[in-house]
Design a protein around this ligand. Structure first.
Ligand code: NAD
Length: 302
């Protein structure tokens, strides 16, 4: 069976390796990013580089977007929808607000295109390894059509419900991640001040009830997890600016639903302060440096 042709738009920390995995799996991929360096990396990974998002999408049966914001997704989508054929499958893997996600579905339906919101979890490491988890919103039959493609970039794909349901699942997960990274950072900082070695703390907590992804896969201190951004000067990874976007999306959703999220609110305040103190373009796990009052993004003590 011939593989469907894919346009991949947005080749950053996540989109770059996701696009590379599709090319590696044998899909004909036309890739586009406003960054020339990102396009060059996609070419080296086996994709054809397009001159614009519409150029990438013009012959594609499937268009995948992986962009930083809802505004950009809607902008790219409106130009792509002007030229794609009815029946084209649009998959937005970006993390965006529910209103923009639902708008994207409406815009696609108006042009006879099939659409899914399909944000991911697993980080840049998961994107590279092809082990992402997809949280998908849209019609069940469209999910079934997309699933074989998603499973070339990830290990699991969950159909969460109708339009926007993938984004709802994603912001709940990321609010928890935001909180757990702060929890791990506080525990490691406290342990450090009590004279405990990071590796000892890591070994104890990964074998105990405090174990979680923020600790065992993305440890915020250098050493225990070699692939974590903490070993690479906190280069993202997952930028604090993007984490801040996600905790703000969670707050918006909670306000709309009348739900109290006191720890989500505290996390938003701490990431905002870290971003303000210099951590905006650093990996979100660098919040440990803000919390312990050392390094770039140092906490101002009053
Ligand atoms: P990134 O900033 O590394 O990549 C975004 C890419 O989009 C950049 O290469 C940028 O040049 C490109 N871009 C911007 N405007 C464009 C346009 N008009 N046309 C084409 N390309 C354009 O961000 P990322 O970390 O790859 O994240 C992408 C999305 O995935 C975000 O919504 C983020 O919240 C989500 N996400 C990120 C992670 C992570 O760990 N990095 C994990 C899960 C989800």
């Amino acid at each position: 069976m011939t593989q469907p042709s894919i346009a991949f738009i947005g080749l950053g920390n996540m989109g770059g390796p996701m696009c590379a995995n599709l090319a590696k799996a044998g899909f004909p991929v036309a890739a586009y990013d406003v960054s020339k360096a990102a396009c060059e990396a996609a070419r080296e990974a086996g994709a054809a580089v397009a001159a614009s998002s519409t150029d990438a999408a013009k012959a594609a049966e499937v268009v995948i977007t992986m962009l930083p914001s809802g505004k950009l997704v809607l902008e790219v989508l409106s130009s792509v929808l002007a030229i794609v054929r009815p029946g084209t499958l649009l998959i937005d893997c970006s993390t965006i607000d529910g209103a923009s996600a639902r708008k994207a579905h409406e815009m696609a339906a108006a042009k006879g295109a099939a659409s899914l919101d399909a944000p991911v979890s697993g980080g840049a490491g998961g994107a590279k390894a092809g082990t992402l988890t997809f949280m998908v919103g849209g019609k069940a039959e469209v999910f079934q059509r997309a699933e074989p493609i998603l499973l070339k970039m990830g290990k699991k794909a969950f159909h969460c419900g109708g339009a926007g349901a993938g984004q709802s699942a994603k912001i709940c997960n990321n609010m928890l991640l935001a909180i757990s990274m702060i929890g791990v950072s506080e525990a490691l900082t406290l342990g450090e001040k009590l004279g405990l070695d990071h590796k000892v703390m890591f070994d104890v907590m990964t074998a105990s009830s405090g174990r979680c992804w923020s600790l065992d896969t993305y440890c915020p201190v250098p050493g225990p997890v070699p692939g974590a951004p903490s070993n690479n000067g906190y280069k993202p990874g997952f930028a604090t600016a993007l984490m801040l976007k996600d905790v703000r999306l969670a707050q918006e959703a909670a306000a709309g639903a009348g739900v109290a999220i006191p720890l989500g609110e505290a996390a938003e305040r701490l990431y905002a302060a870290y971003a303000e103190a210099g951590g905006n373009d650093m990996d979100f796990s660098g919040i440990i440096n803000y919390l312990r009052g050392t390094g770039r993004g140092k906490r101002e003590m009053t």
